[in-house]
Design a protein around this ligand. Structure first.
Ligand SMILES: [Zn+2]
Length: 463
């Protein structure tokens, strides 16, 4: 690809605590890095534009933001939209939701449905202004090669991805071992991967489902594997529901956080997801180990599992981040929900802003775990050109100090017009140029694959 010169935009270098250029320009190198960032008069003057060797794009005053980071998603769940759970009556607790909805689905996924689910899940992410997705993949009926299928979707579309396989013992020791092997094989396959905008496009970690579906032997093997492969840590659900804590206590008299820690799984590069039912000792341990805890408010509300107490976690020194947990690709919507949920829980309209700032910083920290040194979530000269153009011409004053207010109250993510990742257009005026012209055909094919997946899952036995 050639160089790109964007000018005449309202350019924010970060949602929080960055600079705002009222008439800003961004010059993107052929390699996909930001070569220059500044006022249009300097970076994209008439003379520069006239002699520019690549494409010149007038942003027409639209808002430009850094591409957003989704700290926890399940791309494998994208084809579940509109799907009814199995069973005659709706599940009345969290484990019931897993048994009637998610576990039958992940046993029925095959190579084509994993690829298409990831592709459409990533498209939804791009449409919500996300350029980096941290994925937690499960397809217990199609383990070997599944992460390649997810990564292929990210390469075909041009987004940045970190993924891993959710290892679990719920389908037996053989499937658990295959899951560990899939994590290892995928991580090894990325050694010579080509970069995007000067940073890796695809990275890996070690995925684990949750303490309550994992045997001690598997946890021990996971800990050894993280060391052997030099992975950042693990990506694991933690105390999403009280059932996780009850199970760990039954097994060995300790809670899930201590159980994971006993196998060396809690590290600064580990992502712990949810953390609704953690006690004070667990909070202290998460803080001591430096783990990141990712909250997913829309998912918690949907599953009726309770609230994540961000204030308590943050007061205990835990670093927090935000994700969507497969509910959608829209991480800024999740950010807004976390903010409103905090006010709702506290019955106090003065709180929440600091939490939103902490979550944005946390998502940048999550990206640094998987893409160290890239400083994703920030636009800067020399950094990867991961940015989004919003169809948003603000009708109230917008400045660096109140941009977060526009994001939380303005539903900005739904206005995503263009997405550039590593200097390449992923979304342009609502279309995906990498996918060619047969988008309607691709959608039809995917709908057939989804129907077949829904039909198949009822045939797979629960184990
Ligand atoms: Zn999850």
């Amino acid at each position: 690809m050639g160089e790109l010169l964007l000018h005449g935009g309202l350019v924010a270098t970060q949602i929080d605590g960055g600079q705002l250029l009222e008439d800003g320009a961004i010059r993107i190198s052929a390699e996909g890095r930001i070569a220059a960032l500044g006022p249009s008069a300097e970076v994209a003057s008439d003379e520069i534009r006239a002699d520019f060797p690549g494409e010149v794009v007038d942003l027409g005053g639209r808002l430009v933001l850094p591409g957003q980071i989704n700290a926890h998603n399940h791309l494998y769940s994208a084809l579940a939209r509109g799907m009814a759970p199995l069973g005659e009556r709706p599940a009345t607790d969290f484990v019931g939701v897993l048994e009637t909805l998610w576990w039958p689905l992940d046993r029925a996924l095959d190579e084509e449905s994993v690829y298409l689910s990831a592709l459409f899940g990533l498209m939804e992410s791009a449409r919500a202004g996300v350029t980096t997705v941290v994925d937690h993949h499960a397809s217990q009926g199609f383990v070997r090669g599944s992460l390649d299928a997810v990564a292929r979707a990210a390469r075909d579309l041009g987004l940045r991805l970190s993924t891993c396989f959710e290892v679990t013992d719920r389908d037996g020791a053989e499937v658990a071992a295959a899951g560990l092997e899939e994590n290892a094989a995928f991580a090894a396959s990325l050694k010579d991967a080509s970069p995007l905008g000067g940073a890796p496009q695809i990275t890996a970690t070690l995925g684990l489902h949750a303490s309550f579906t994992l045997e001690d032997e598997t946890l021990a093997r996971a800990g050894r594997l993280v060391d052997e492969l030099g992975l950042p840590g693990v990506h694991v659900h933690l105390s999403e529901d009280r059932a996780d804590a009850e199970d760990a206590l039954r097994r060995g008299g300790v809670r899930p956080t201590q159980r994971l820690d006993a196998h060396g799984l809690l590290r600064p590069g580990s992502l712990t997801i949810h953390g609704l039912w953690v006690d004070e000792a667990e909070i202290a341990l998460l803080a001591e180990r430096g783990c990141l805890l990712v909250t997913n408010p829309s998912s918690n509300m949907n599953n009726g599992v309770g609230r994540c107490d961000l204030a308590r976690l943050r007061a205990g020194g835990v670093r927090v981040a935000v994700g969507t947990d497969g509910m959608s690709g829209d991480v800024l919507n999740s950010l807004a929900l976390a903010y409103f949920a905090r006010r709702d829980a506290a019955r106090d309209p003065s709180v929440g802003w600091d939490d939103a700032l902490a979550l944005l910083a946390g998502n940048r920290a999550v990206a640094e775990v998987f893409f160290p040194g890239a400083q994703l979530g920030t636009l800067r000269t020399g950094g990867p050109a991961d940015l989004v153009v919003m169809d948003y011409l603000p009708f109230t004053p917008l400045n660096a100090g109140n941009l977060l207010g526009h994001v939380l109250y303005g539903g900005l993510a739904s206005r995503t017009r263009d997405v550039i990742c590593g200097g390449r257009y992923v979304l342009r005026e609502g279309r995906f140029p990498q996918l060619g012209e047969d988008f309607a055909e691709l959608s039809r094919r995917t709908q057939l694959a989804a129907q077949s997946l829904w039909d198949r899952r009822a045939l797979k036995p629960n184990t």
